[in-house]
Ligand binder design. Structure first.
Ligand SMILES: NC(=O)c1ccc[n+]([C@@H]2O[C@H](COP(=O)([O-])OP(=O)(O)OC[C@H]3O[C@@H](n4cnc5c(N)ncnc54)[C@H](OP(=O)(O)O)[C@@H]3O)[C@@H](O)[C@H]2O)c1
Length: 269
């Protein structure tokens, strides 16, 4: 069922969420209200998505909404905003995408131990139907109140809050690792003598096809490699070079660095 939404902070991530949720009819433009302190963002959101957008906090719209989406940056006044939400007394589920801000910090700012809070780390593949957001609920929040909305911009994994940092570094930053692999692979194609277009088209085809193979066969990658790498052949020659390189460790170190940085940022406020 369509939910009415009150979003605070109408930046890149909230726009991506609203675009997908409108397209998938989890919200509609008439009952969506976005507040952003930037007049340019207000104009852009109102013109592009025909939602109600304003630079002013709107208490009546806040009270009328089924869901509240907090989408400002960690360095913005999220605590002041949460305080205003808390005093409204309506206890509409607060979904926070503010990186590093914990359920405990939000509860303190709201000034209400029983306020329903869903802290999410949203995926960034919102226009594709792919991507997994991590969602941590406090004791007062109900999954059935948010599930349809969260699924309108990707898949959802309900996780304990302590996994949010791992989720951020591995799942949410995930497309970045794939973009880097794609770049490395396509440059190899060009280095070998293919045109940029040929290299790009082939890499995209292989990325999607290989992902599909993993999905439909359910086989371990070693099994698929065994099929492809015949004795003394081309595949095993490439495999030897990859095994001798820091390819796997490089990817793993990048993910660990992302998780570490997420944890550090969370401690900064
Ligand atoms: N972008 C991503 O890929 C991504 C992924 C996961 C999570 N997140 C999280 O999502 C949040 C937003 O990120 P973003 O990339 O969308 O940032 P953004 O584009 O900078 O959006 C934040 C918006 O909030 C506005 N704002 C600041 N203070 C406000 C206030 N008191 N009331 C109303 N609006 C206010 C900002 O206006 P001004 O610019 O004028 O200050 C800006 O338009 C962050 O907490 C981030 O950690 C982002």
């Amino acid at each position: 069922m369509t939910k009415s939404l009150y979003a605070i902070g109408g930046g890149q991530m909230v726009e991506a969420i609203i675009r997908a949720s409108l397209k998938n009819r989890a919200i509609d433009s008439e009952t969506t209200y976005v507040v952003d302190i930037s007049p340019n963002r207000v104009r852009h959101l109102a013109e592009t998505y025909h939602v109600n957008a304003s630079s002013e906090f709107h208490a009546d719209a806040l009270d009328a909404a089924d869901l509240i989406l907090l989408g400002v940056r960690p360095q913005d006044d999220w605590a002041g905003i949460a305080k205003k939400i808390g005093v409204s007394g309506k206890k509409k589920t607060l979904i926070s995408i503010v990186a590093g801000v914990t359920v405990k910090q939000l509860t303190e700012a709201l000034g209400d131990e029983d306020y329903p809070i869903v802290r999410i780390i949203p995926n960034t593949l919102t226009d594709t139907g792919f991507g997994v957001s991590g969602a941590a609920l406090n004791g007062a929040a109900k999954r059935e109140n948010v599930d349809e909305f969260l699924r309108s911009f990707g898949k959802v994994d309900y996780i304990p809050e302590k996994q949010i940092d791992i989720y951020t570094g591995y799942a949410i930053a995930g497309p970045n690792y794939v973009y880097n692999f794609y770049l490395a692979l396509t440059n190899a194609g060009v280095l070998g003598g293919l045109s940029r277009k040929q290299a790009n088209d082939i890499a995209l085809e292989n990325l999607q096809g290989a992902a599909k193979m993993l999905e439909i066969t359910g086989k371990h990658p070693y099994e698929l490699l065994d099929i492809n790498n015949s004795a003394g052949g081309v595949g095993i020659a490439a495999q030897h070079e990859l095994d001798a390189s820091d390819f796997a460790a490089g990817v793993q170190n990048a993910v660990l660095a992302a998780i570490k940085r997420t944890t550090e940022l969370g401690k900064e406020h």
